[in-house]
Design a protein around this ligand. Structure first.
Ligand SMILES: Nc1ncnc2c1ncn2[C@@H]1O[C@H](COP(=O)(O)OP(=O)(O)O)[C@@H](O)[C@H]1O
Ligand SMILES: [Mg+2]
Length: 480
């Protein structure tokens, strides 16, 4: 390979037939004792007018004559080589001076002297000083090398996994959840397809290594809270935000709550009685009664003294995943659940009763209200809720979140408007994103951000030894 030209932070490299590199590969350009690191993001033919004319001429000659051409100097094969030459477009990512990586590339490598070779992921990691204590093996990168990120790179961070449907987002996210639990972390998953429970089992049906540390919680069945445990604030927030309770009714609700609390009889049945007999305006009563029915039918609340407690889980396990199965739950109950879970977690974190929590939210725009987004990334992050959003609609996440994101795992997008969105907001340059992401095969993703020290890497996500649940039910089944 040879350097052809440079414009801004982009190099054009000339590659002959035997030179190989794929999109996303890193190359090291050595010039004496200095090096620069570039990343290939696109591949093209060498194009020039004279080359076109050559190709056309040869085709015409071939078509019109049958006898062999006399070519003692073997010019034909040379010209074929030229026609097969390719151009790699590469972005300059960093320079290495005396073994030190810098982003300041203020010199040009020689076109004649420079040697170009592929950089392995290991070498790259060494240069970047990318290491950690809690590895999360993701799959393979570069020349089929093992690739891992570190749990530390998700700790305290905001992560987004996005890509089109069926590209492998949930699979990667399950891999992250499982490994985090193995490392002793506590994870809460808002699961819309009831699929994360699969990490409890291996594909052959045997229990997986995290089997006993995964709790599958269905709102209204395994996930029920006592009113006392939730607290007035959390329940009020739920009424206001998930059930649109008007302010006047909310005030009455506070009064009823306080009265019941004073009588030491705060439970859901007593609340129902109080709402029916309380001396209030009929409109307010109607508002309260209709919310009360929604709450009752969600079965989210249970009697005082029983119910789910997060601190019980975090105290009794060395790492656990709490998977909230919301696939079969109504929209209102979903929003109520999310509201209660988030406010309770923040409340417990504030009082330092639980360690930081990793939150995985699939298609969060379907159940997290608009105003919560900011809360999650600023206030909640401050207290110790570290979120990963998984979505196939990059425009459902607003720009304020993208501005704060630390890691993005980007799967394939072919749709132009999605590509536009993601290339505008993401942490890498838009040429790289557009070109690489458009042609990413299924199960491959481009890792961007802190986890890869800001040098984007294409990863082939490995298959995991866990059961896959949550596949769409089909009417027409494939013959097995
Ligand atoms: N790296 C992988 N290795 C093996 N199977 C995978 C991999 N990634 C995804 N799959 C499978 O492909 C299908 C779609 O993946 P999924 O993660 O559910 O897609 P998405 O969440 O992006 O819609 C699933 O059946 C999943 O098990
Ligand atoms: Mg999915």
């Amino acid at each position: 390979m040879k350097i052809l030209s440079k414009s801004n932070n982009e190099l054009l490299l000339l590659a002959m037939k035997d030179d190989s590199a794929s999109k996303g590969d890193y190359l090291l350009i050595e010039d004496g004792n200095r090096c620069i690191i570039v990343q290939v993001y696109d591949e093209e033919y060498l194009t020039s007018q004279s080359l076109f004319e050559d190709i056309v001429k040869e085709e015409v000659v071939n078509a019109s004559s049958v006898e062999n051409h006399h070519d003692p100097l073997n010019i034909g094969s040379l010209s074929r080589l030229v026609r097969d030459a390719r151009i790699f477009r590469a972005k300059i990512r960093a320079a290495v001076n005396d073994g030190q990586l810098t982003s300041n590339v203020s010199w040009l490598p020689s076109r004649v002297e420079s040697k170009i070779r592929r950089l392995t992921v290991k070498e790259l990691d060494l240069l970047l000083g990318r290491n950690g204590v809690y590895p999360i093996p993701l799959g393979r990168a570069g020349d089929n090398e093992e690739f891992e990120i570190y749990a530390e790179d998700l700790d305290g961070k905001l992560t987004i996994i996005t890509g089109k449907k069926e590209s492998g987002k949930s699979h990667l996210s399950k891999l992250l959840v499982k490994t985090l639990v193995q490392h002793g972390a506590f994870v809460v998953v808002f699961d819309l397809n009831n699929e994360y429970g699969g990490i409890r089992w291996n594909r052959d049906g045997s229990p997986s290594s995290v089997h006993d540390r995964v709790l599958v919680l269905e709102p209204g069945k395994d996930l029920r809270f006592s009113l006392n445990y939730c607290g007035k604030e959390a329940v009020a927030a739920m009424l206001r935000n998930a059930l649109d309770m008007p302010a006047a009714s909310l005030r009455e609700f506070f009064r009823i709550w306080d009265w019941l609390e004073n009588k030491n009889s705060l439970d859901i049945a007593a609340m129902g009685n109080a709402i029916n007999t309380w001396n209030i305006n009929e409109l307010v009563r109607d508002a309260l009664v209709s919310r009360y029915h929604t709450i009752q039918s969600s079965r989210l609340f249970t009697d005082a003294g029983s119910g789910f407690r997060f601190e019980n889980v975090t105290k009794s396990c060395a790492g656990a995943a709490m998977i909230i199965n919301m696939g079969e739950v109504s929209g209102a109950a979903r929003r109520m659940t999310v509201e209660l879970v988030l406010s309770k977690i923040v409340n417990l974190l504030e009082r330092k009763e639980i360690p930081p929590i990793f939150l995985f939210a699939e298609e969060a725009h379907l159940y997290i209200r608009e105003t919560y987004w900011e809360d999650i990334i600023t206030r909640m992050r401050h207290f110790g809720v570290y979120t990963t959003f998984i979505t196939n609609q990059p425009d459902a996440i607003n720009d304020g979140i993208y501005r704060q994101v630390d890691n993005i795992f980007l799967f394939n997008f072919t749709n132009d408007s999605d590509l536009d969105k993601i290339s505008k907001v993401s942490l890498a340059d838009s040429d790289t994103i557009r070109s690489i992401v458009r042609t990413l095969p299924q199960r491959n993703c481009l890792a961007i951000g802190k986890a890869v020290r800001d040098l984007p890497i294409v990863v082939r996500v490995s298959a995991v030894e866990v059961l896959t649940l949550g596949e769409t039910k089909r009417f027409f089944k494939k013959k097995g």
